[in-house]
Write a protein that binds this ligand. Structure first.
Ligand SMILES: Nc1ncnc2c1ncn2[C@@H]1O[C@H](COP(=O)(O)OP(=O)(O)OP(=O)(O)O)[C@@H](O)[C@H]1O
Length: 182
């Protein structure tokens, strides 16, 4: 089953052509690692896949998506568990997957940088979305956090989900690669 279907995509941002003639497809179980230098358009591509940006040319279709980008997208004043519950997913499952279940009663604004990084991933992991869009998912994670994310991604793919990630760091060997700005 195709979870992301983009054809002949071009994106102009800030007056600059970031990419053109790009086909972007993800089927159930697949993972795609987007690489490229700073400013080449990786985050913009994820926003396109999320439906937050429209392509300058081409067309893109997708089902349910969940995006983890630089915005935490959680109410800083609420306890973590309640802030995550706003998104109507499997709150406990997401928190436990990222090892932050014990922080459920801690206000989001008091989380450490790494705990907040785990929380933004817990939001995606707990979502019902079949397509996960992860912008620099390993940033700020310790080795336990990285292992937990890898386990969650493997389970998601096995269950028929797909993942599109932008990262300057290596990801697992069974990811397809897409280099932007090459
Ligand atoms: N809101 C915006 N309006 C106009 N231009 C933007 C906007 N956001 C980003 N850009 C421009 O789009 C280009 C691509 O930015 P983007 O964040 O997608 O790059 P990136 O590949 O993710 O970079 P990095 O590796 O530094 O995170 C940059 O030149 C940036 O200045």
């Amino acid at each position: 089953m195709r979870l992301l279907d983009g054809t002949n995509l071009a994106l102009i941002r800030g007056g600059r052509l970031l990419f053109e003639s790009l086909d972007l497809h993800l089927d159930a179980g697949e993972a795609l690692h987007v690489t490229g230098p700073n400013g080449c358009g990786k985050s913009s591509l994820l926003r396109l896949a999320a439906g937050l940006l429209r392509p300058s040319t081409g067309r893109i279709e997708h089902g349910g998506v969940a995006l983890a980008d630089e915005h935490l997208a959680l109410d800083r004043e609420l306890p973590l568990g309640r802030a995550l519950a706003f998104w109507n997913g499997d709150t406990a499952g997401g928190m436990n997957a990222m090892g932050i279940g014990h922080l459920a009663d801690v206000p989001v604004r008091l989380l450490s940088t790494g705990q907040a990084r785990r929380a933004r991933l817990a939001r995606v992991i707990g979502s019902q979305a079949s397509l996960w869009l992860l912008d620099e998912p390993l940033n700020g994670l310790d080795s336990d956090g990285a292992d937990r994310l890898a386990t969650a991604i493997a389970a998601h793919r096995k269950a028929g989900g797909a993942v599109l990630a932008a990262s300057h760091q290596p990801l697992a060997s069974d990811w397809r690669q897409l280099e932007l700005g090459a």
